[in-house]
Design a protein around this ligand. Structure first.
Ligand SMILES: NC(=O)c1ccc[n+]([C@@H]2O[C@H](COP(=O)([O-])OP(=O)(O)OC[C@H]3O[C@@H](n4cnc5c(N)ncnc54)[C@H](OP(=O)(O)O)[C@@H]3O)[C@@H](O)[C@H]2O)c1
Length: 337
């Protein structure tokens, strides 16, 4: 089969199409003929970090959708020909509060979805929402699941609360915005791009601000009427302090990413005087995936596709994500001709 293989850490030029063997499913596994995969920032980290040399060569990609091509012994939840979407949380474990020691995100070290076929545990495949194309179905698993757990499980978002999401263009942010609106929240976002802010307004944002303006924190606080009950932050170092300032007393900050860096000093006094809760999260369980899939099936959350590239142009797709040009998800189309 054709697959993208990363053999050494580096830039998008390390994302190369190769011919590799198809692995047949063993007991409890299925083989999926992928029609689409989607990019996440994680793919860039796995490709570029020098320490990832230990897992190379590997096939990147956490998100995918396609058709079941074969099932291993003992599998009866799906059959050959079923249209499926993949949940990238491998071996979450028995506790909902946190993943267990064997947890892994699909797409390194375990070979991922930038390929014509993937062998995967049957418990990680779910019926594709019939109203979505393969490209749309591939676009929601990792980002949608992360946003769902952050807002619904961790923050326990309630109707009428105000949510701030920095970085509107991020794949996760486009789901967080829709999930928060679905839950009845007021949603406010920031971006470096006015065009992306316009897209966010079209998705239902109640207030937007361009973070290249020096006074953006004052502006968004004014729009919200004094602060936010919840901040959903994956930007990290660049927004951590402002996020704490922007929280209303008793507010909750949910953090799961470090796009701009992973170190920040915490003003401890401000933190406890305002009775702030800081909540860390990562991905989500299979149970949460089913909850999120139900919301997608209701038609009330729809993946936002930024662009579609053929599998062989995955390097160019990585370049677009690295330059922060996207609004929503960048998808790879996988042909079998
Ligand atoms: N822990 C987990 O399980 C998990 C799961 C998913 C994602 N993540 C993490 O969450 C982050 C987002 O992931 P993704 O795939 O959605 O990323 P992405 O699509 O690459 O989005 C990155 C976005 O961050 C925004 N940004 C960068 N610097 C900013 C700043 N100074 N202020 C405000 N926004 C800024 C930009 O938004 P604009 O272009 O709008 O300015 C940029 O487009 C990544 O760090 C990723 O690793 C973690």
């Amino acid at each position: 089969m054709k697959a993208i293989v990363v053999r050494q850490p580096g830039g998008p030029e390390q994302v190369r199409l190769e011919e590799v063997p198809v692995l047949q499913p063993e007991a409890g596994e299925v083989l999926v003929a992928l029609r689409a995969a989607a990019l996440n920032r994680r793919d860039i980290l796995m490709r570029s970090r020098p320490q990832m040399v230990d897992i190379m060569p590997f096939i990147p990609g956490s998100d995918g959708a396609g058709l079941v091509a074969a099932v291993g012994p003992g599998v009866n939840r799906v059959k050959e020909g079923d249209e499926v979407v993949i949940c990238p949380s491998l071996r979450w474990g028995i506790f909902e509060s946190h993943p267990g020691p064997d947890f892994e995100i699909l797409g390194g070290p375990t070979d991922g979805t930038y390929a014509q076929f993937i062998r995967i545990p049957a418990e990680n495949v779910f019926p594709k929402p019939p109203h979505l194309s393969f490209e749309e179905a591939a676009a929601f698993p990792l980002a949608g699941l992360t946003a769902w757990r952050a807002l619904i499980t961790k923050a326990r978002l309630a109707p009428g609360e105000r949510v701030f999401i920095p970085g509107a263009g991020s794949g996760v942010a486009t789901f967080a915005l829709q999930i928060a609106k679905l839950a009845g929240a007021g949603v406010y976002v920031s971006s470096h791009s006015d065009a992306k802010l316009q897209r966010a307004l079209e998705l239902g944002a109640d207030g937007v601000v361009n973070y290249t303006r020096a006074d953006w924190p004052d502006e968004i606080k004014r729009m919200s009427g004094g602060g936010f009950e919840i901040v959903i932050d994956s930007v990290g170092a660049a927004t951590f302090h402002q996020a704490l300032d922007l929280l209303a007393p008793g507010g909750r900050m949910v953090t799961f990413g470090t796009t701009s860096g992973s170190s920040a000093n915490l003003e401890i006094r401000q933190f406890y005087h305002k009775q702030i809760s800081l909540l860390g999260t990562t991905m989500g369980s299979l149970r949460e995936f089913v909850e999120m899939l139900t919301a997608v099936n209701s038609g009330k959350i729809r993946p936002v596709i930024d662009s579609v590239f053929p599998l062989g142009e995955a390097g160019a797709a990585h370049g677009r994500l690295e330059r922060h040009e996207q609004f929503g998800k960048i998808v790879l189309r996988i042909d079998h001709g």
